[in-house]
Design a protein around this ligand. Sequence first.
Ligand code: PMP
Length: 436
Amino acid sequence: FDCDAPLPDAAGLLQRRRRHFARPQKNYYRNPPEIERGWKEHLFDIEGRAYLDMLNNVTIVGHGHPRLSAAVGRQWSLLNTNSRFHYAAVTEFCERLAGLAPEGLDTVFLVNSGSEANDLAIRLAWAASGARNMISLLEAYHGWTVASDAVSTSVADNPEALTTRPGWVHPVVSPNTYRGPFRGAGSTGDYVATVSAKLSELEEKGQKLAGFISETVYGNAGGIPLPPGYLEAVYAMVRSHGGVTIADEVQVGYGRLGHYFWGFEEQGVVPDIITVAKGMGNGHPLGAVLARREIAEALEKEGYFFSSSGGSPVSCVVGTTVLDILHDEALQDNARTVGSHLKARLQALMDRFPLVGAVHGMGLYLGVEFVRDRETLEPATEETAAICDRLLELGVIMQPTGDHLNVLKIKPPLCLSHESADFFADMLAKALRDGW
Ligand code: PMP
């Protein structure tokens, strides 16, 4: 280590990045720290400054996990190729995944991302139903590929989203019981009626239904649970119209909710297709579609499926090792206990700071929603951006979500310690108390 060597130039690196990176690929922060290293829920920049990573829903077992890097290194030096070859890792990982899904959802496609998983799920719905029309929720994000982007309706990053969706996409109002058109847990029937109206509209026009896609706890809206019984009623209606139900578990699934491994368990339903990614690879490109066999195999009508690195030996070893770590380190349990403690600490801020309108979510998927007025729920968008900037100064990585960008999206690695949860709550209180 050369103490006299000049420090790397973070600002210069950012300029070089901007020279070659296309503009639509955004990065966090106007003046981001240059991150060099990670450990558990902590990140370290080139000057050695530590940050608490409260945002990273990809790295579920934590940054720099030695067991994961050892397993990856071992597999890379043994073999990495594509899933048309026969090797143990792919069989073992598919068995593990099928074992985690409800009975019957035992047929697996391995892909490289959540966008690919949702794209493929939509194609399966098309093939199985023989139709094209998909219902999705407003305020949704499901990915960047052509089909997964089509069902993404969030206007936070794309203000034109609602006027540019293709004709086969039919958005329905987001069942947001906090700020949607119908409020509170008793609003289920009103939200279900909006789906029923959409189905009648399609029927009147003679348009057949392919399916329905949604997150199962509304992650993109800030971790808001769907109203009780919503998916049960919606799934039943969709199926009775010949459609296939897709649960996007990319953000909320895989143990993050603490109380549930899958988000759909919170609603007491079983979808026809599950899509999963992000945490399952802990940052390695890995995603999956789980479906009933007859739905998965309907794709044969349109040809076959192959992904060059989806389900590679390295990807499968990553997937299996992540599951082993989740189990051995009891990380879902940690998400439940530390998440409950953190939620209580954040809820206590509501008494001190009128800006805190609500604390959504469960486990380690929480959302603090900032409003200028608790009656009108006017979103505190600028304040939320300023609080995130102030939190960075205080050593916490945090960003906003939701159509109004007024909800803190709290989704740290599942190994978050009690002390780190307290540090976050303390720093948020400090930012709110001192102003920004
Ligand atoms: N679905 C949801 C709910 C997501 O949050 C995301 C990513 N933010 C995706 C799908 C797309 O996943 P990926 O970025 O891995 O393509």
